[in-house]
Ligand binder design. Structure first.
Ligand SMILES: NC(=O)c1ccc[n+]([C@@H]2O[C@H](COP(=O)([O-])OP(=O)(O)OC[C@H]3O[C@@H](n4cnc5c(N)ncnc54)[C@H](OP(=O)(O)O)[C@@H]3O)[C@@H](O)[C@H]2O)c1
Length: 357
């Protein structure tokens, strides 16, 4: 039994309008549960991952996620170690993954926990979590990417974009072009893109037209706003646009309509016979077969070394920094998946063949 008697979690204090700040959340301390229910495990959190989708879920504006309930721990997918078990599937000391929240400890039913695979490692939070699955489903199931296609990816240095580039290559795209800010373009090229266009340049639109030669068969859009608007005129006839996310617009949820970006080039969808399709990788909204295929192929490609999403380890570890990590993600501090070490010994525990508590 652990000697710890209390643990800390961040709960949502209030719904957010515009940019978030630390007061939107509240750090609470509570006693560790003494009795956990049958078929449940108590998990000590090692790492959690941060998602842009956390931002819409803490506002009351319309989005694809229900507003997160006030005064409850913020959600996050994470890696942990079983501290107490009343489950026949998981034993004390076993490393696991699941929805561990912004919390040092979480009790979960065994059916909501999965074993941690050391060959996958931190990619559990990235290539094998929402970003990687969204990259695979968007390209393969939504945009039906084919061998020889020209593929364009925005937010290409991020967790989702970096996997999208590698998935496009894995399925045989002839040319893959990323869009990112200048300082992140090298990482886009390192991930296998043939070219990277800096969207912060004053010549962004003409640079994009040159890099794509207006022959994009598949555009994987993570950003929306002016980037989507600039990409539309670069599409080839019968092009497909997978609308994965609109990170440029998330801080405007709940803001006045005048602050939101109005797409001007949508008429190209008519002249080029384009298909634009949005999707969300949540069970029930994406067919199970597509989710299963994504998990199967991504696991295989990770183990074969074909896919490796970049991981950004937030510089200050500890539960205290959860709001800072989310804030950092929303201003692009991270190159790759934003992760936070909740337990200061997380690296050692993951490296050890048998876990210590
Ligand atoms: N549909 C789904 O089921 C699903 C699942 C997961 C993720 N997503 C979506 O995928 C997108 C990316 O998520 P992620 O987890 O990859 O995030 P991430 O790792 O934080 O990467 C986001 C990237 O976006 C870029 N960015 C931020 N603001 C921008 C702006 N205004 N214009 C252009 N680029 C901007 C940043 O890089 P720069 O420094 O280059 O700006 C950053 O690297 C989000 O829209 C998210 O909602 C969707």
């Amino acid at each position: 039994m652990s000697t710890t008697t209390t643990y800390k979690s961040w709960v949502l204090n209030e719904y957010v309008k515009g940019e978030l700040n630390k007061d939107n959340f509240r750090l609470v301390e509570q006693p560790l549960p003494k009795d956990i229910p049958t078929n449940h495990v108590l998990i000590r959190t090692l790492y959690v991952g941060f998602e842009p989708a956390m931002r819409p879920s803490i506002s009351l504006g319309k989005s694809y996620r229900e507003p997160h309930p006030l005064n409850t721990p913020m959600w996050a997918f994470g890696i942990g170690v079983v501290a107490e078990s009343k489950s026949s599937r998981y034993k004390r000391g076993q490393k696991v993954v699941g929805m561990l929240d912004w919390s040092e400890y979480t009790v979960l039913p065994e059916k909501e926990v999965w074993p941690y695979d050391a060959d996958v490692g931190l990619q559990h939070l990235s290539a094998l979590s929402a970003p990687g699955v969204a990259a695979h489903v968007g390209l393969v199931a939504v945009a039906n990417v084919k061998k020889g296609d020209v593929v364009l990816v925005s937010a290409a240095a991020g967790a989702t974009g970096s996997v999208a580039i590698q998935v496009a290559k894995a399925v045989g795209a002839s040319r893959v072009i990323g869009i990112a800010s200048k300082s992140k373009c090298q990482s886009v090229l390192d991930n296998g893109a043939d070219a990277c266009v800096d969207y912060t340049s004053p010549n962004f639109e003409s640079d994009l037209r040159k890099a794509t030669n207006r022959k994009v068969n598949v555009y994987f859009d993570n950003v929306g706003g002016k980037i989507l608007d600039a990409a539309l005129p670069c599409m080839a006839m019968f092009g497909r646009v997978a609308l994965c996310g609109m990170i440029a617009e998330y801080n405007k949820i709940g803001a006045d309509a005048a602050e939101k970006f109005g797409i001007k080039n949508l008429i190209v969808a008519v002249s080029q016979s384009l298909t634009l399709r949005g999707y969300v990788v949540i069970k029930g909204l994406t067919p199970d077969d597509d989710l299963r295929r994504a998990n199967r192929e991504l696991t295989q490609w990770i183990k074969e070394g074909k896919i490796k999403a970049s991981i950004y380890d937030f510089p200050q570890p500890g539960i205290e920094h959860c709001p800072d990590a989310l804030k950092g993600l929303l201003v692009g501090q991270n190159t790759g998946k934003m992760t936070l070490r909740i337990a200061k010994d997380a690296r050692e525990v993951l490296a050890a063949s048998s876990s210590k508590l």
